[in-house]
Ligand binder design. Structure first.
Ligand code: HPA
Length: 246
């Protein structure tokens, strides 16, 4: 059976409930991955797991080797990749602790190695990214949420920002005018690289704070982010277990 691959984000340096059987350091044409690729069982299913910020959460979003990570997962046999994504909520429905499966992206990142077609192969490639996420996997994620009793917002525009700093209130107002519902720092170039590599990629986003200027508290604190994250972990593990098993 082809294993589902899971990329862990903030709060997921490991995957609770994963019974690890193997950890493989994968050599890639793009250099080192964030961590060895872990193989193990989640429920009855075999999965691959890779924490994008590294095993001790030491890699900031702009230093992650997205190309190596995705290439390594494909090399380990993955065809489907679920990316976990902690996000800030911009529009009213995207309140802290909400789960969402975004269907669109706006990319505000810069200076990242964002393509495997970097001019060294002698050909120029332009992939289609009209629908940046794999619809089959998006629907499977939404079903897994429903089957595990988790309310989920089944669409939404993910704004990918450079980080590692959080945004200004004016930046968030601009992203809202652009049409963003949520904001995170790692969704690109991960999604487009997955498409370049022919991987079916979708994201399970979980809101850990109101984006800058949207909450009542004035500023965003790490305590608030961590508290909301803690409320999401078990629910997400349940969704992933259901997804991997069916
Ligand atoms: N902005 C960007 N990325 C994030 C946020 C945010 O408010 N919260 C979690 N990841």
């Amino acid at each position: 059976m082809i294993p589902l691959a899971i990329i862990g984000g903030s709060g997921f340096s490991g995957l609770p409930s994963l019974l690890v059987s193997d950890a493989q350091t994968v050599a890639t044409p793009f250099g080192e991955t964030s961590a060895p690729v872990t193989r193990g069982r989640l429920g009855d299913a075999e999965v691959l797991f890779l924490p994008r910020h590294g095993p001790s959460h030491h890699l900031p979003p702009h230093r992650i080797n997205y190309r190596a990570n995705l290439w390594a997962l494909r090399n380990c046999g993955a065809e489907h990749v679920v990316a976990l994504a902690a996000v800030g909520g911009i529009t009213p429905r995207f309140a802290p602790t909400v789960l969402a499966v975004p269907d669109q992206i706006i990319d505000y990142t810069y200076g990242r190695e964002h393509s495997i077609h970097d001019g060294t192969t002698g050909t120029v490639e332009h992939i289609d990214l009209t629908t940046p996420y794999c619809e089959e996997l998006r629907q499977a994620l939404i079903s897994a949420c429903t089957h595990t009793g988790q309310t989920v917002i089944d669409t939404g525009v993910y704004g990918a920002t450079q980080g590692p700093r959080l945004e200004t209130a004016a930046e968030i107002r601009r992203y809202e005018r652009d049409g963003c519902d949520m904001v995170g720092m790692t969704g690109m170039p991960e999604a487009s690289l997955a498409r370049e590599l022919g991987l079916c990629y979708a994201s399970l986003a979980f809101v850990v704070n109101w984006a800058a200027g949207k909450g009542d508290d004035g500023i965003i604190t790490m305590q608030e982010i961590e508290a909301n994250l803690a409320l999401c972990v078990e629910r997400i593990v349940g969704v992933l277990t259901n997804l991997a098993t069916v």
